[in-house]
Design a protein around this ligand. Structure first.
Ligand code: 4AD
Ligand code: MG
Length: 465
């Protein structure tokens, strides 16, 4: 007999004489004549109620079916007489595949998120993490669907790279040199010509530069893969390994880029609302009571667009005392971003045209826009509760300006010869952005810590599992 998943059994259109369920025991309650077991197989939040009659020959097995045990049940799917569920299963055969004992950490009571992080190998079996990872899977699918339906091609940039796209120097080195006795150059420096790739290499911080190559050939592309940042920031929104989606669009300016970002975010919210309704309901009940209202609100209104210069004026005029004061030319801190999205505009905000000095070498320099040549075509999408979820820009397509930017950033033209070639041969205006996959997940689930939306978080000091 074929196994039925709980999700389909709960949605059955009629009773069934023979059904096979497999899963894990969530709870067991023994009455005189029966035992009630809630079987969960992860296919959805809800479990199936199993009734085992004490006269069943297999009944002795039931007494070994403790919370967490894996079981297999054959029986009948019948309409439930009790409240709370439409269907239940009356067992005819009951097998325990793997027992547990009292040391099983996920007993019924609620656990702290911190504790659950320590048992990341078991936490997917809890309601919360089952829901998070089902939504994560759906969100990934929706991302592909969004771009594929629009005719974008999925490209796979390398994970090991020699270039530092964001120029922040926050890269993990990849090397096979003997750490204790690396080969040295005559000047006493580590000799990377003897390393595996014959040059210094790192884990990528972004697939953008390679995506640009493909956009300048296939027109519309996107990446979706892991990226790595060796920044030592211990916050609830930063991970050292996170997934990023980076569309890159040829013949597109910053406005088109902001339009796409907004359409994309709204599409993802709509998709998850439609396909993960049960899980979202759970989050809104137990994680963030305002979640569903906030998601609806975000869908209804156009996002605000505000230039960096206007934003500085708003922050200055706010009369608030900041931990970090801001003036034109300063990086916005999370307190400023959150003030703009949560208190001032009370909705998602796309900030654009940032000071040139704050941004990487590849962003397009603005002309005819005050202060002239001092801002770039950058954009950041800020959402309430999180702050930045998207960062992007129009790229500098003019060879001479790009070279000037590279010089400002002390980048060697020799290392980026292929990137410059894109401007030498058939250059086009093009734009793109990066959406942090985990930040988007935090936004749609209301889960407040990035460590709780990624299966195995990599953060400074932690790489268990
Ligand atoms: O703003 P970022 O650094 O932009 C880029 O990497 C560009 N190359 C993207 C592009 O234009 N193609 O990162 C993009 C997004 C951020 O808005 C944030 O959502 C996420 O990636 N992000 C992180 N998420 C989790 N942990 C971190 N340490 C993150 N750093 C960035
Ligand atoms: Mg950014």
């Amino acid at each position: 007999m074929q196994r039925t998943l709980v999700k389909s059994a709960l949605n059955a259109s009629g009773p069934s004489d023979a059904i096979l369920l497999q899963g894990w025991v969530r709870t067991r309650r023994d009455a005189k004549a029966f035992s009630f077991i809630e079987l969960n197989d992860g296919s959805c939040l809800k479990g199936m109620q199993i009734i085992v009659d004490a006269t069943l020959p297999d009944y002795a097995n039931v007494l070994h079916a403790n919370t967490g045990a894996s079981i297999e049940v054959r029986g009948k799917l019948v309409e439930s007489k009790g409240g709370g569920q439409k269907w239940e299963v009356v067992a005819e055969q009951f097998t325990v595949l793997g027992e547990t004992d009292a040391t099983y950490p996920l007993q019924k009571k609620g656990h702290s998120l911190e504790f659950l992080r320590e048992i990341a190998h078991l936490r997917p079996r809890s309601n919360l993490f089952g829901a998070v990872f089902r939504v994560r899977s759906r969100l990934a699918y929706a991302i592909h669907q969004f771009f594929q339906d629009k005719g974008f091609f999925y490209v796979h940039p390398p994970i090991i790279t020699a270039s530092d796209c964001e120029g922040a120097g926050e890269m993990f080195r990849v090397s096979t040199l003997d750490q204790k006795k690396p080969p040295l150059t005559p000047d006493g420096e580590v000799d990377h010509t003897q390393d595996f790739f014959a040059k210094p290499t790192y884990l990528t911080v972004s697939g953008q530069l390679e995506a640009e190559i493909f956009a300048c050939a296939l027109s519309n592309v996107y990446t979706f893969g892991p990226t790595f940042r060796a920044e030592n920031s211990n916050t609830s929104r930063h991970a050292s390994e996170f997934w990023m989606i980076e569309p890159e669009i040829a013949f597109c300016d910053l406005n088109g880029n902001m339009d796409l970002a907004e359409e994309f975010v709204k599409y993802l919210i709509r998709d998850v609302k439609e396909h993960c309704a049960g899980d979202l309901e759970f989050f809104s009940k137990f994680v963030d009571k305002e979640l569903l209202g906030r998601l609806d609100f975000v869908l209804e209104k156009p996002f605000v667009r505000c230039s960096y210069t206007e934003a500085i004026a708003i922050l200055t005029a706010s009369g608030k005392t900041w931990e970090h004061n801001v003036a034109w030319g300063d990086n916005l801190q999370s307190e400023h971003e959150r003030f703009l999205a949560e208190e001032h505009f009370k909705c998602p905000v796309t900030l654009y045209n940032y000071p040139r000095s704050l941004k990487p070498f590849y962003m397009r320099v603005n002309e005819n826009c005050e202060p002239d040549r001092e801002t770039v075509c950058a954009m950041d999408l800020l959402v309430p509760g999180i702050g930045e979820i998207i960062g992007g820009s129009q790229r500098e397509e003019r060879l001479d300006v790009l070279r000037e930017n590279m010089a400002r950033h002390h980048l060697s033209e020799k290392d980026y010869w292929w990137y410059l070639d894109l401007r030498r041969y058939g250059t086009v205006p093009h734009s793109g952005f990066g959406l942090g996959f985990e930040r988007m997940l935090m936004f749609v689930t209301g889960v407040a810590n990035i460590r709780d939306v990624i299966p195995f978080a990599r953060t400074p000091g932690t790489a268990e599992f």
